[in-house]
Design a protein. Sequence first.
Length: 404
Amino acid sequence: MSKSLRLGIYLHDLYKKNEKITWANSDSINFIRKLNIAKTITLSVAVKHSSEAEIKKSAIIIEDSGIRLLPLPGWESIISTALSLPKHLKTILRCARELSNSSDLIWLRTPSVVAPFFYYFARRRKIPVILHIPGNILKTARREKFGGIKLVIAKLMGWLIHFSTRWMSRGSLVFVTGCELHNLFTSSLHIAHLLDDIRITQKDLVLPKKTHGLARKLLFVGQLAQGKGVDLLLKVFTNLTVEFPNLQLFIAGSGPLLDEVKHTVKRLNMEKNVNVLGFVPPSETLKKLYRGCDIFVQPSDFYGEGFPRVILEAWASGLPVVATKLGGVPYRVSHGLNGLLASPGDEEELREMLRKAIINPDLRYRLALGGLKKVASLTFENQAKVVKDLIVKYFPFLKLSRTQ
């Protein structure tokens, strides 16, 4: 969009580094880069040392990307961030000040403990701010299943971060992921705009295939963490294999519960039916995984979802979706039209929805067509147009062009 714009980005994310390079498997930075709105990008993000010997081919290597990096300490949770804040405050302030000094536009992906520091220095220098809110921080404490004093701290920090995010939203161009967050951050004076930071293009969309007979392959893609409902899914799936012994479940993802999931599969004696694949990066391998399955399952029971990117990926791959009525999901997944919905945490209801999809190929095809129609209006081309149009509208003094 501009040959001279300097874009500063803060991401609430965790990157990894070794002695030579810094890398990430996150799609967030790739989405912003693909918008092509700036000549230079400076990024501030938490970075943690890693001993990983093999780096995924799909990972973005910061040193090769042309992005200038301002590394922050490598926090992993709301608790560790809060407890280490006094120790690392000097580093945070330095990065926030330096980001604002080297940018004409600031993009903050929050909620986060440290985002307000970046917002403060940006507004102090009268730099326009884009605030992107992809998740609901108020559900974080429950998601992590803290106990005792940690639970108190997590709840306290959750409310603190929520109110600081609302404060930042008053002076920013606000994007949110999912209609639940849209309703939460929109008022008569301040409008929040919907944004899904996905890179799915019109060319990526795959027409659903008409199949016959029973579905045989179910797929879960996502973080293996509390609140994602993987434990519930395994219970439901084990029950379904009594009626459908050839049924297969593929679990793609990593996270704090990866070992626990593997142990549960072994304990249930389901190794022949459940395939725990670990992290599968955005790549042709992931696309083939989607396209090789019959039903996508999103069983989250109390995760702070805005709207799960994986549902859009499943729709784009021609898959029918079975999901739970959580966060922004029921605002886009219409029961019986482009998906089937179950109540969060309801084992019997999730089993019944999956069973309906398994035994009815016509229903699967109809749901997949509905999903494809929905995601067709949310592709990268559409998202990029929304972002560029709103930047021009809110910040005309940046003199950006809509057409690039």
